[in-house]
Design a protein around this ligand. Structure first.
Ligand SMILES: [Zn+2]
Length: 141
């Protein structure tokens, strides 16, 4: 019988729901995950997981909130990193908000190009092959 992978149970940082996380035994670029019982995520108190990769690199992350931490850190360093990380995440959220605003502006602009459309743009083609292509592009097939 194959050996079962170790699991970790915690309450999800956002929903509070109980989650059972199964440590990976590898796949793709990863050669597996190992529980770091002496280190925990300062945000949600979940034990951290060490991920080993095929070329020897490692990564430490929280299986709950998915925050990545520097490898080979002490708990004190993890705590310090976590405080700096809040600002970094805040800046990233601001950047993504600005990007989303830009995208929404473009969508409005692009839609306006079709608002006063001449009939020829929405007209279905008389040629059946061409009509099929137009329906395909419009996603109405
Ligand atoms: Zn966490």
């Amino acid at each position: 019988m194959p050996e079962e992978n170790p699991t970790l149970t915690f309450n999800h940082w956002k929903t509070g729901e109980q989650v059972t996380y199964t440590l990976s035994s590898g796949g793709g670029a990863s050669t597996g995950e190992q529980l770091l019982e002496r280190l925990h995520c300062p945000y949600d108190q979940t034990p951290l997981v060490l991920i080993r990769f095929v070329y020897g690199e490692t990564d430490v992350r929280c299986p709950n909130c998915n925050t990545h931490y520097p490898s080979r850190s002490t708990q004190k360093e993890i705590d310090l990193y976590a405080t700096v990380n809040i600002n970094r995440r805040k800046q990233e959220a601001e950047r993504l908000r600005a990007q989303a605003g830009q995208l929404e502006d473009f969508v409005k602009f692009a839609e306006s190009a079709f608002a006063q459309t001449s009939p020829s743009r929405t007209e279905t083609s008389q040629d059946p092959a061409r009509a099929r292509i137009i329906r395909g592009i419009a996603g109405t097939d």
